[in-house]
Design a protein around this ligand. Sequence first.
Ligand SMILES: Cc1cc2nc3c(=O)[nH]c(=O)nc-3n(C[C@H](O)[C@H](O)[C@H](O)COP(=O)(O)OP(=O)(O)OC[C@H]3O[C@@H](n4cnc5c(N)ncnc54)[C@H](O)[C@@H]3O)c2cc1C
Length: 452
Amino acid sequence: MKIIVCVKIIKGEINPFDACALEEALRLSTDVTVVSMCPPSAKDALLALTRLGAKVIMLCDNAFAGSDTLATSYILSSALKKLEYDLILCGRQTIDGDTAQVGPCLSKMLGVNLITNALEIKVDEGVKCKTRMGGESADFPALVTVERINTLRFPSIFSRLGEVKIWDNGVLGCDSGRIGLKGSPTQVLKVFESERGKRKCRFITKDELPSLVEKLLRENAESEKIKESKEKLEKILAVGDEVLEAANALGKNVIKIDKTDVGVIVSRIREEKPDAVLWNADLWGRRNAPIAAAVLETGLCADCINLETDGENLYMYRPASSGNIIAKIKCTTRPQMATVRTIVQSGEVMVGVGKGVSDVEKAADFAKKLGAELCASRAAVDSGMMPYEAQIGLTGRIVCPKVYIALGISGAVQHTCGIENAQTVIAVNCDREARIFDFADYGIVDKVENII
Ligand SMILES: Cc1cc2nc3c(=O)[nH]c(=O)nc-3n(C[C@H](O)[C@H](O)[C@H](O)COP(=O)(O)OP(=O)(O)OC[C@H]3O[C@@H](n4cnc5c(N)ncnc54)[C@H](O)[C@@H]3O)c2cc1C
């Protein structure tokens, strides 16, 4: 069985989700080819992968620089069309871009079956996977996106370095209007320090905490929503109920369509010719919106936390990949498409466990006493302290509890964007300068251990 693994090299290392995809490929077959679109500086990291017995092809050309997810998928698809394969494996997403769009887009461009979010992969006549949504199977050829389910093996001491083949656009023959910055329909207009969700923090002592929580639970407040726009887009299509409110805030004519087969949705988009299409950024939306983008050859911005319009353009806001910075993005093609983070109903009190919590069981007892739901930062999830389902933030849930208590959480923008709808935020951190205090109403400067 021939398997191709698409990998991204980030700061000299293989993207962790892609490493899992590669490990699965090596477990399933001896005929594995790694394909990576990257700058020349990534060559050493790719060369190291040849020690694992994989053939490696590097797609490298100045013309590829600045490609967004649609352009990247197009470049990868052009390379894969020159290769033979039964199965393509991609990581679920990259940890810098975090859009999870390339896998679904690529499957559509190649016309192969798609399974996303695989937790377990079995192959015989076709491919069978346990996924986050349940179970799925598909005939070959198929593309599967892989969750963080294993650890990439080390090369054996007898392994040898192989060769990294370099393919530039002379080999691929991509249409120059569809690659690089110029060929990318989504464009970052500006990046800026995130002020969203900033609060004025009053520092309290730990003894004041119980009575404060009790008082807060008696009060009510409105949660923040996408603001009603003065200028509106002529026509917006909302896919599913979750994004209907956002669509109404931004469009004169709003058409809602149910979450159904993506082919049906694409036909409806072609028929209605809306200015914009909004999708909920849940597992379903993150799988199907990129497919629609590939068919319609239009830009898609992932995981937007805010949207605005001047009546013509849709301005899409999402935390940038590094630093506590928000990017304002515009789409140059039509329809303009976005997956939108929508609020998930949650418990009245939520206790967020961060990397600064040394004893999760004690934190769970503390939450139980308050009748609170336990949740987590990504660092806590990544280190195995808490399950992914508990993650709050850009790539987790956006929640709106009456009270959110952040324990040992630094307050990165990717986390605070998930809690800005909380009525009141209380933060516990031993570092007085921690960013979380700028996004909290009440702060306790102390060790988590002393509070819980
Ligand atoms: C594309 C992308 C998407 C992301 N999506 C998310 C997301 O959805 N959700 C998310 O949360 N993050 C997300 N992140 C990661 C985010 O940038 C941060 O790395 C993460 O939120 C940090 O988690 P943390 O605050 O628990 O850990 P750290 O940053 O390690 O902070 C731990 C904090 O605990 C404090 N501390 C340490 N010991 C103690 C103690 N004993 N008592 C009290 N305080 C203590 C420290 O002062 C520090 O402030 C994403 C990142 C990227 C690049």
